[in-house]
Design a protein around this ligand. Structure first.
Ligand SMILES: Cc1ncc(COP(=O)(O)O)c(C=O)c1O
Length: 398
């Protein structure tokens, strides 16, 4: 029976990772995969997480199921982290949050609850966006529309085009917005643009669906959460998918949360039960380990400070590499201006070179990036930087 299944195309990013792994060139550089790497090219376990892990292993006394939505303490600490202490939606008890299996699990569960609430709602997704958004959210049966997001000639958010496209959205549609560190462009909305979008969606009866996969990777936790917190304060409803994969380095532990802000506290238990019911249909119970580590870190002021410091170090390394890349390309004799890369946020930017140049960087220099020229800045370090900059300058000089 299974032989009748169609052959699937390889996932472009995972395919690139496999190609890079098989490449024997000692100078090869992987700018494809979206995982933080330190100066030595390693994805470390954070010290705060390691300490939490030691404590957890000593204290853990059962492997019985967790509460289906995660522990109460985890949920309350995470709500406080995301929305901020004393945020009105927390004070007014207007948030339904449950633990999720990473950001992907959160997106999937949220989409299914949206589909149950209104199967006619469309989800407006930025063009470009993270390639997994459409398959993940689409599997719930929801329809998509795209809004233009990036002006490749100016290397910045094309805000006018975005807002013009959203004019066509209907009441009850959802606008998927990257909370910070837009993947793949690195171009984020300014605070003023968040405010304009907030007013717009309010007037049109649209609902924001915020995907927060890189909180703290842009400027700081508070600055990166500005849009989320502002919208939550000013709008009646909002959906949030949150991932701890990147900012806690918990990729393989599948740790995140999904939240729905509702109009009235009386709706919280109804919405929570819907979230839990969808999760039950997909995977039933959440995994314990990653969430226990986040809970332990957030509950202990010393560990929390250590985590914030380590997050700042990861962010600082990315910012440093953004500057070093731009300056290095210029030093290698390239005339093109890459200054926009210094201004963008988070792990990704488009290098802005064409597909042939991407291909040449791969085949002639073993430098791997997606066809769109998205580069994962964390793949750059002081050792591979000179080779990378010289190779880019050579390819662009042709
Ligand atoms: C924009 C965006 N959303 C969600 C995710 C999902 O992350 P997770 O690994 O936690 O499922 C990612 C991961 O790369 C991402 O880039």
């Amino acid at each position: 029976m299974f032989e009748k299944l169609p052959t699937l195309q390889a996932d472009p990013i995972l395919g690139l990772v496999a190609q890079c792994r098989a490449d024997t060139n000692p100078n090869k550089i992987d700018l494809g995969v979206g995982v933080f790497k330190d100066q030595n090219g390693l994805t470390p376990v954070l010290k705060a997480v390691k300490e939490a892990e030691i404590r957890y292993l000593q204290e853990e006394n059962s492997k019985a199921y967790l509460p289906a939505g995660g522990t109460e303490r985890f949920i309350s600490l995470v709500n406080e982290l995301l929305f901020g202490q004393n945020h009105p939606v927390i004070k007014d008890n207007r948030v339904a949050t449950i633990q999720a299996t990473g950001g992907c699990g959160a997106l999937r569960v949220a989409a299914q609850v949206i589909q149950r609430a209104n199967p006619n709602s469309k989800i407006w997704v930025s063009d470009p966006s993270w390639p997994n958004h459409v398959p993940l959210l689409g599997s719930s049966g929801l329809e998509f529309r795209q809004y233009p997001y990036y002006d490749a000639s100016k290397n910045e958010v094309d805000f006018d085009a975005m807002m013009a496209a959203l004019e066509d959205a209907s009441t009850g549609d959802f606008v998927l917005i990257h909370g910070s560190c837009h993947n793949p462009t690195g171009a984020d909305l300014s605070q003023q643009q968040w405010q304009i979008v907030t007013e717009f969606v309010q007037n049109r009866g649209l609902i924001p669906f915020i995907d927060m996969a890189y909180l703290g990777f842009g400027e700081s936790i508070d600055a990166d959460a500005f849009g989320l917190r502002y919208m939550a304060e000013n709008l009646p409803e909002l959906v949030l998918a949150n991932s701890f994969s990147k900012n806690f380095g918990l990729y393989r532990e599948r740790t995140g949360t999904v939240s729905i802000v509702v109009k009235d506290p009386a709706q919280v238990s109804l919405v929570t039960n819907q979230l839990l019911n969808v999760a039950r249909e997909i995977y039933s119970m959440p995994p314990a380990h990653g969430a226990a580590l986040v809970e332990t870190v957030l509950a202990d002021p010393i560990l929390k400070d250590l985590w914030i410091e380590e997050l700042a170090q990861m962010r600082g390394r990315i910012i440093e590499m953004r500057h070093a890349l731009v300056d290095g390309i210029q030093k290698a004799g390239c005339d093109a201006n890459f200054d926009f890369i210094k201004k963008q946020n988070g792990m990704f930017s488009f290098l802005g070179v064409n597909e042939n140049q991407v291909e040449e960087l791969k085949t002639a220099y073993s430098i791997y990036m997606t066809k769109s020229s998205r580069i994962s800045i964390a793949g750059i370090n002081n050792n591979n930087l000179p080779y990378l900059c010289e190779s880019i300058a050579k390819v662009l000089a042709k």
